[in-house]
Design a protein around this ligand. Sequence first.
Ligand code: MG
Length: 224
Amino acid sequence: MPYALLFDIDGTLLYARGIGRAAFGKAFLEAYGVAYPDVAGLSFVGATDSNVVRVMAEECGVASTPAREEHFFLRLAQEIDAGLAQNKPHVYPGVPELIERLHRRGDALGIITGNVRATAWSKLRHARLDHAFTFGAYGDDHHNRAEIARLALLRSPVRARALIGDTPLDVQAAHENGLKAVAVATGWVSAAELALAGADLVIDDFSDTERAVSLIDDLALIDT
Ligand SMILES: [Mg+2]
């Protein structure tokens, strides 16, 4: 029976080649009127865009109002979309095949990401993965990843079984919502660390489609 799977984007499906970092700096300057001094030092791993920009504002001593955040997200999405049109995202090995396989057999594929909505779909579109995904929850829905996962579940057309991500925060978000946690070590966190974080399944990468599908199926069918 088809079921839903929730996928994180960065580090799990693709890598945006640092385009986000430069875009954050540019959009911040325009929306907040001050230059953030250390864009290279920003940490995005497992973070949500809302949290990152609030930290940037706090460090610069400026208030992060809803109007500024909206302006920032708008400019961020424009910058990232333009950047990715020039420099396509790096899609991890086996990801297109895995997504195609799950999509064709009728699974509902959803997005759970700290990226704001426009940025999330822009990355998927430039990676040619967008056609397979039908719903999601995003960084402008909430600043907390577990809460974003909860919203994604509410939007899921069928029962979701697992959340697939690349950081301990994805594992936590899965478990807080009663989902199996599948962790893939293509991002910035090692397989050992992901296992230590309590992932129910750790995969080095998705290069072996058959193996990945069968491992995810076995795991997802164990009822909790
Ligand atoms: Mg990630």
